[in-house]
Design a protein around this ligand. Sequence first.
Ligand code: VGL
Ligand code: ZN
Length: 213
Amino acid sequence: MIRKDTPIIDDNACLLVIDVQLDFCPGGALAVEQGDQVVPPINGLLTLFNNIVLTQDWHPAGHYSFTSSHDGSQPFSSIQMPYGAQTLWPDHCIQNSSGAEFHPDLNTSAAQALIRQGYRREIDSYSAFFENDGETKTGLQGWLATKQISSVYLAGLATDYCVAYSALDAARLGFDVNVLLPACRGIDLDGSLSLQLDKMSQAGVTLLEKLPE
Ligand code: VGL
Ligand code: ZN
């Protein structure tokens, strides 16, 4: 569903700020076009929510999602992993590297929790809830349950990967899910952006075209 009006944020809502890291911004290793432009709207959103969680893509060197870990493979191609298809990416968001840092203008101090993703070498994690095997939990679901959160609002990078996978898992888990589109930017690999927007709509995710103020 596409909604043009703005929702009301309450204590049972949580803002999930997905992967606003330098490697996903212009000049970074896996730059998303206009990725840095999500920072001002997200900083504005941070003032509206009482519950805020950040996610951070956090790979060890030699992570299996990197093209460089598979001899003779092409960046952005797909390979078969034990858990299914995996896109190969340029080396990005390596633990403790400058590219893994949050954008310096992002107001991270407002967040209560930080979920790191993709820290095991053998498995990637696009979703903030489950690793790419679809079953290993990150702990976010439990955190939100403990806080009695029923609605999640997602913003960040990339719309068609970590944002979409997180939104789809949240919907499957029974949350009311809202994606704040003006505060997201996508990679759009082989039509992935429209595909994931459609998937989210079909899963009952609300795609907000206007930010709450
Ligand atoms: C992401 C590709 C690889 C994301 C992370 O944050 O959307 N995409 N790793
Ligand atoms: Zn990654």
